[in-house]
Design a protein around this ligand. Structure first.
Ligand code: FPP
Length: 243
């Protein structure tokens, strides 16, 4: 039965988070939006810390979308500053704790210093395999699929033998296991161009919590909600994986 909870059902390994509601959190407190984003970084840190204890091996978060460039310049600059600070302040700890950091998304268009910071962070943590943290930045699923198609065209491989598996390896999220659960916070119910290929068989969950209030308890609730879902990947029987 789709809704019967079962505590020994498997939990998600890979959770993807659309961290929404920073602006509303700030507005409710009479604060500038920038402070909502800063509180959002603290929520991200708490959530990353709790994820392995809840059985996850991978977390993907939507840090900045290809559409976020439409925001006022000051807000764009604030978000750039936050990713810079986050990587610089947390890299040592993440490396020590066995976290591999990946930054899916388009590198073109990012300020040179951020590009350098994310490339260094990826290189420094490339050997880690305890946990994969993907911070999608300047990311949009359609752009990523187009970029993958471009890479394939440039590879000189025969299109007649292109498979889904091969194509998937050209996406900027290719190091991650399948997405089990996509969570969007703040009550909005959209995918907003996030992981549209990768989340083809993911469960979707919309949590009524503004992102800066997120943390271990909310993630634990998401994991519990996932356990109640029955996944069939297009077949008739419940199963763990597509195929
Ligand atoms: C949505 O809230 C959130 C974002 C556009 C950015 C998410 C960024 C963070 C949580 C900061 C940390 C990021 C990194 C990469 C370290 P919103 O501004 O759309 O909120 P609103 O819908 O309430 O206005």
């Amino acid at each position: 039965m789709a809704d019967s909870p079962s505590s020994d059902a498997e939990g998600p390994r890979h959770v993807a988070l659309i961290m929404d509601g920073n602006g509303r959190w700030a507005k409710a407190r009479g604060l500038p939006r920038a402070l909502g984003h800063r509180a959002g970084v603290e929520a991200l840190k708490r959530t990353v810390q709790a994820a392995p204890e809840l059985g996850l091996t991978c977390l993907t978060v939507f840090g900045f979308s290809t559409e976020n460039w439409r925001r006022p310049a000051a807000e764009v600059s604030e978000l750039m500053g936050l990713v810079r600070n986050y990587v610089e302040s947390d890299l040592d700890r993440l490396e020590r704790e066995g976290v591999r950091l990946r930054i899916p998304g388009r590198r073109e268009g990012l300020p040179d210093d951020i590009r350098a910071i994310v490339e260094r962070a990826e290189a420094r943590t490339a050997h880690n395999d305890r946990f994969l943290l993907q911070v999608a930045f300047n990311y949009g699923s359609r752009a990523d699929i187009v970029d993958a198609a471009r890479r394939f065209a440039l590879s000189g491989e025969d299109p007649a033998i292109l498979t889904e598996d091969r194509f998937e390896r050209l996406l900027s999220t290719s190091d991650a296991p399948p997405v089990d659960l996509v969570v969007r916070t703040s009550g909005e119910r959209r995918l907003s161009n996030f992981l549209m290929w990768e989340a083809a068989y993911a469960e979707l969950l919309f949590q009524d919590v503004l992102w800066p209030d997120y943390g271990p308890d909310a993630l634990a609730k998401a994991v519990e909600a996932f356990r109640t879902r029955e996944r069939r990947f297009g077949g008739l029987e419940p199963t763990r994986q597509a195929g």
